[in-house]
Design a binder for this molecule. Structure first.
Ligand code: NAP
Length: 489
């Protein structure tokens, strides 16, 4: 069994308390690793090391030197793709093909992009009405950045914090989700081997209420990048008031995926299924509310149900498996609770709604992909983020009705529109209240594409060039070039 320690000041070490906890494989409930249970003292040490690195070797590096280290780390992660993918699957329960092809591939791809933009956060020259002076702005790194990540894409989301933070010259103290710590720890080995100075990257595993809160409130931490639930995000924003630090919040979602009668039928069905099921529905931007125009509602629902029923739910390590395990018992119970609540509220289970009958899966937390029809937007299954393979199908009459239902949510992370009418597509993109709008596709991500959350799905922007700037702070400089003294006295 593997043992994962904290990574502080370039060294792996046990928690100051000596405490550990176990990481469980959700596919069979077996213990796969012991993990150091960090605490406030460890966070303090990590923040001190991060500050030293920023004030020392790391902060003194040029853009080109930072770029070389990030690129080298990406190569080293890629070389160990199979190891990373196996650990990700053992921790999260996602199919090994997904861990290999999507999670590790995307992490490497994004890190390479961050390596290519270490010199891109440039300032501007600002015209002022005084020829004797110049005004220009700088984009400075914050210094020590705090990162807190969720469990659904542990490696990829860790990279979305480490990559931009280091690219622009910050050091970072990062906390992965307690139940999925393994690949973030492995990342530290790759960065150390790539020559990252000690203290520039620190990883502290341990409970969010202790480690996460200690990171947000440490006086050295100047900015916090949080990805997780809206509920915990609210707490992190409250805590950020302690030292008045900037925050970037990537929170939950309940995204509408809207199918018009003029859509390409097969494209819409594929978009509905993939929009829901990437990472088994445990995906912040998952299109979990399928809004279908009345005239094709029954046909689309029947086709989606047929597709869901045909998918292979199985051992995540089996390359034929399309849907693996749910990440934890708690998450499994939450999903089943919502399916029951939907039924009680009058929804019809058109697919799934149960666990697979394969006895080999009996010790794990598996749910068959589920479609609930006859839903209204007011039901709890339509309002709340379930974070599992559960799709609710809601009929709508016309474009105005679709927009009203789609926007009637506290969230605003993503939306999908399936239509062959280009004018309608543009009207919908303008009307939908979400940070991302997909048209005739879903779940596409690129390093260059920003990923903002609207409403209670977040604040600030991560990813893309705007996301890089999120890890810098703005400074304005006014310089006198006349050589004259200020003529005030
Ligand atoms: P979560 O419960 O909010 O936890 C996220 C992180 O916060 C974990 O590392 C957790 O630590 C930590 N944490 C818990 N309590 C804390 C506190 N009081 N102070 C500081 N940190 C604390 O979310 P999750 O269940 O891991 O992930 C699922 C959620 O993430 C969903 O809502 C999903 O939509 C969202 N998400 C959003 C995006 C996006 O880009 N918008 C992307 C991915 C996921 P522990 O693990 O130790 O509890």
């Amino acid at each position: 069994m593997r043992n994962f320690q904290l990574f502080i000041d370039g060294e792996f070490c046990p928690a100051a308390s000596g405490e550990t906890y176990e990481s469980i494989n959700p596919a069979n409930q077996q213990v796969v690793a012991t993990v150091a249970k960090g605490g406030a003292q460890d966070v303090r040490r990590a923040c001190e090391a991060a500050q030293r690195a920023f004030d020392g070797d790391w902060g003194a590096m040029t853009c080109a030197e930072r770029s070389a280290i990030l690129a080298q780390a990406a190569d080293l992660i890629e070389e160990r793709t199979d190891e990373f993918a196996e650990l990700e699957t053992l921790d999260v329960g996602k199919p090994i093909t997904e861990s290999t092809g999507i999670d590790v591939g995307a992490a490497v791809n994004y890190l390479r992009w961050y390596a290519s933009v270490t010199d891109a956060a440039v300032g501007e020259t600002i015209p002022i009405p005084n020829g004797a002076q110049v005004d220009f702005s700088l984009r400075d790194p914050y210094g020590v950045v705090g990162g807190i990540a969720p469990w659904n894409f542990p490696l990829f989301l860790a990279m979305l914090k480490i990559g931009p933070a280091l690219a622009v010259g910050n050091s970072i103290v990062l906390k992965p989700a307690s139940i999925t710590p393994m690949t973030t720890s492995l990342v530290c080995e790759c960065f150390a081997e790539a020559g990252l100075p000690a203290g520039a990257l620190n990883v502290i595993t341990g409970p969010g209420g202790v480690v996460g809160e200690a990171i947000v409130t440490d006086r050295r931490v100047q900015m916090v990048s949080f990805t997780g639930s809206t509920e915990v995000g609210r707490r992190v924003i409250e805590l950020s008031a302690h030292n008045i630090v900037d925050t970037s919040m990537e929170l939950g979602g309940k995204s509408p995926n809207i199918v018009f009668e003029d859509a390409d039928f097969d494209q819409a069905v594929a978009g509905a299924v993939f929009g829901l099921l990437l990472n088994n529905g445990q995906n912040c931007i998952a299109g979990t509310r399928l809004l279908v125009q009345r005239g094709i509602y029954d046909d689309i629902c029947a086709a989606v149900a047929e597709k869901l029923d045909s998918l292979i739910v199985g051992d995540p390590m089996d390359p034929d498996t399309q849907l693996g395990a749910i990440v934890s018992e708690e998450q499994f119970e939450k999903i089943m609770h919502y399916v029951r609540a939907g039924e009680e509220a009058g929804a019809t289970i058109a697919a799934g709604g149960n666990v697979p009958d394969d006895p080999e899966l009996a010790d794990g937390w598996f749910v068959r992909p589920t479609l609930l029809t006859d839903c209204s937007n007011e039901m709890s299954v339509s309002c709340d983020e379930i974070f599992g393979p559960v799709l609710v199908a809601i009929p709508f009459e016309d474009e105005a009705d679709a927009v009203e239902i789609a926007n009637d949510t506290i969230y605003g992370l993503g939306s999908g529109v399936f239509t062959t009418d280009a004018d309608r597509a543009r009207r919908m993109a303008a009307a939908l209240q979400s940070g991302t709008v997909y048209i005739n596709t879903y779940n596409q991500v690129y390093p260059q594409s920003p990923f903002p959350g609207w409403k209670q799905s977040g604040t600030g922007v991560e990813r893309g060039f705007e996301g890089l700037l999120t890890y810098t702070r703005f400074k304005n400089v006014i310089q006198d070039i006349s050589g004259e003294s200020i003529g005030w006295f």
